[in-house]
Design a protein around this ligand. Structure first.
Ligand SMILES: CC(C)(COP(=O)(O)OP(=O)(O)OC[C@H]1O[C@@H](n2cnc3c(N)ncnc32)[C@H](O)[C@@H]1OP(=O)(O)O)[C@@H](O)C(=O)NCCC(=O)NCCSC(=O)CCC(=O)c1ccccc1C(=O)O
Length: 272
């Protein structure tokens, strides 16, 4: 597969996937997610690879979730996701996002999120399911769904609660505030915070350590850590169906339009 939305590199036992949509703060489309899944499967099946790095191009964003500019009433407009899209790119965005999360969890090699700026919305969820997260001091974390008419009621909420605790996870989703890298470190949302100019160096050091370890031991440990939360995949699948239906409502469209029109949303009339 030719990659357009990501940069995929392999070197010294690592596979590195870099989201390359800086004009949209590395927000993703179906095509982006499809490419990330394909790259992960390549890393999975390549015996020379011992660890995977996920990051975003530039120093402003890791990933800011779904590209709101191509989001329509039926979810995200597939026909606007680029010409010649095929295979997984034909699925609704939420399905591709779910498959990406599950692939990150299932690949029997450690996946490290290198967060170099905003990790927001569906982009935040991606780092949450990675095995490790290393953040630069300028990184900003948060969910945006209830503000922009979206939600991830699967791994995005349930697994987040396992990571930071119930109260904090509810706060993150309900209030849609932004958290600094130091906030994230304090709540156990990231493993390490380093100055921006040392981010790559720190991640490379962690990769050196990982690839010097027994790959089978790491794979077994990853599967074991996953086992306890595996049933969330079922919840996540139901939540994906609900999300696709929700995108078709006036309420969700108001959230999306408010973001695109740079105004506060007005959800009053949707209260029940
Ligand atoms: C990321 C921000 C906080 C950055 O704010 P700021 O620094 O003030 O910069 P801006 O001027 O806002 O942004 C610069 C520029 O980038 C454009 N942009 C930013 N994010 C997106 C995006 N996601 N899609 C499209 N475009 C984006 C922005 O419009 C500006 O463009 P100009 O042309 O220069 O005006 C802030 O930008 C922000 O809050 N962004 C929105 C993030 C967002 O809403 N993400 C989706 C959230 S949905 C969610 O949280 C749950 C759903 C979910 O997880 C999920 C599950 C399954 C499938 C998809 C999703 C999903 O994420 O939708």
């Amino acid at each position: 597969m030719n990659f357009e939305d990501i940069i995929y590199e392999k070197y010294e036992g690592r596979a590195k996937i870099t989201i390359n949509r800086p004009q949209k703060l590395n927000a993703f489309t179906n095509q982006t997610l499809h490419e990330m899944i394909e790259a992960l499967i390549d890393a999975w099946t390549d015996k020379s690879v011992g660890a995977v790095i996920l990051t975003g191009v530039g120093d402003r964003a890791f990933c800011t979730g779904g590209d709101q500019s191509i989001r329509s009433k039926d979810g995200y407009a597939i026909e606007e996701s680029g010409e010649g899209f095929q295979g997984l790119s034909k699925l609704p965005l939420s399905n591709n996002h779910s498959l990406l999360l599950q692939t990150i969890r299932t690949i029997p090699k450690p996946v490290i999120a290198m967060v170099n700026g905003y990790a927001i919305g569906g982009g935040h969820v991606i780092h949450v399911v990675c095995d490790l997260t290393v953040a630069s001091a300028n990184a900003i974390f948060g969910q945006a769904g209830p503000r922009v008419g979206s939600f991830d009621a699967g791994y995005g909420s349930a697994f987040l609660a396992r990571v930071v605790g119930e109260k904090k996870a509810r706060e993150i989703w309900y209030l849609c505030e932004k958290y600094t890298a130091q906030d994230a470190l304090a709540m156990g949302l990231v493993n390490r915070v380093v100055e921006q100019d040392r981010l790559s160096e720190e991640v490379e050091k962690i990769c050196d350590s990982l690839i010097s370890k027994s790959p089978t031991a790491l794979a077994a440990l990853k599967a074991s850590f996953n086992a306890d939360t595996e049933s969330m995949w079922g919840i996540h699948t139901v939540a994906g169906l609900a999300l696709n239906l929700y995108y078709n409502t006036d309420e969700a469209v108001e959230g999306r339009n408010a973001f695109m029109e740079k105004r506060p949303p007005d959800f009053k009339k949707f209260r029940s």
